[in-house]
Unconditional design. Structure first.
Length: 316
């Protein structure tokens, strides 16, 4: 029997495993650059541009690593991360969340009163003194589901932030920390306050002519149109208030068209003698004033002019 010559290895050949990476980035140039770099290093790379595509690609073939942009159109990066973690088929994938929003990071760091480079690696309770944010962090760490809440940051300029937090776990479902994304929603809060004020003002503007019309019509019914002179005068005031109500509705329709951008609108301003505007406003309040035995007199030069609608609204 022939004897083997030299050293012979009896170990089976080891197959090199190629790791797969899913790159999720809506900026095409950045996605191609990252994919090209990873391909040169021998990784299998798939690139997608949205959160929906990322979830579909991961479902079709679970990646070893996901490079996930935080700010994505449609389904954002935080939601994608949550769904990948909750799916048993993709929960073992490592996820690295990326964002190019360095400026926003600096703004949020300034609002929280911290320096990003000096607090990295430290416990959040050591560096943040905002109790409302710390409560959100604590709830995020202890909650199996995502946490969302708006909170106010006090200071010289009060700011409102929207927090979206989610606990992070490893492949064995052990907690390893939490991710909390903050969005500045101060402007949205301001716009919401403006909307509420607008609704309140519109309600007042509509109520004033309706109250006037109702009062004069009731007076006409009570007097049974026996006093022809006053009846005609009251009907003239009612007609004037109906026209004012129509003007308010037209203004609201114009505002709606402008907001939709359907067409450009030009606002035409008209002027009238101020004395007539004042007398019109006094006529509207005449019945209420008479019931309370109040006498209202108008003293105004005839040569003063103004835009009538806004002044009548202010005076009534």
């Amino acid at each position: 029997m022939a004897q083997p010559q030299g050293n012979v290895s009896l170990q089976p050949a080891v197959r090199k495993v190629t790791r797969s990476v899913l790159v999720v980035e809506d900026e095409e140039d950045i996605r191609e650059l990252v994919s090209y770099t990873l391909l040169k290093e021998g990784y299998q790379v798939a690139g997608v541009a949205s959160g929906e595509e990322a979830l579909a690609a991961a479902e079709a073939r679970a990646p070893d690593l996901v490079l996930l942009d935080l700010m994505l159109p449609g389904v954002d990066g935080l939601t994608v991360c949550q769904k990948l973690r909750s799916n048993p088929a993709t929960s073992g994938a490592a996820i690295v969340m990326l964002t190019a929003k360095g400026e926003e990071r600096d703004i949020v760091a300034g609002l929280l009163g911290v320096e990003p480079d000096k607090v990295r690696g430290r416990l959040v309770h050591e560096v943040i003194r905002k109790s409302s944010l710390l409560e959100i962090v604590d709830r995020t760490l202890s909650s199996p589901s995502p946490v969302e809440e708006d909170f106010e940051l006090g200071g010289p300029e009060s700011r409102w932030l929207h927090a979206h937090g989610m606990a992070l776990v490893d492949a064995q479902r052990r907690p390893i920390g939490a991710l909390v994304v903050l969005h500045d929603v101060t402007r949205l809060r301001h716009l919401e306050n403006v909307r509420r004020d607008f609704v309140a003002n519109v309600s007042h503007e509509l109520r004033t002519p309706i109250t006037s019309i109702k009062g004069f019509v009731e007076t006409l019914f009570d007097e049974k149109l026996e006093d022809r002179e006053n009846s005609l005068r009251f009907l003239g005031i009612v007609l004037k208030q109906v026209n004012r109500l129509d003007a308010i509705i037209q203004d609201l329709l114009m505002l709606s068209r402008v907001e939709r951008g359907a067409e450009e609108q030009t606002i035409h301003l008209e002027t009238e003698r101020l004395s007539e505007v004042l007398r019109s406003a006094v006529e509207m309040c005449e019945k209420k004033a008479s019931d309370k035995r109040i006498t209202v007199e108008v003293h105004c030069p005839d040569d003063l002019t103004a835009s009538p609608d806004s002044l009548v609204s202010s005076l009534s």
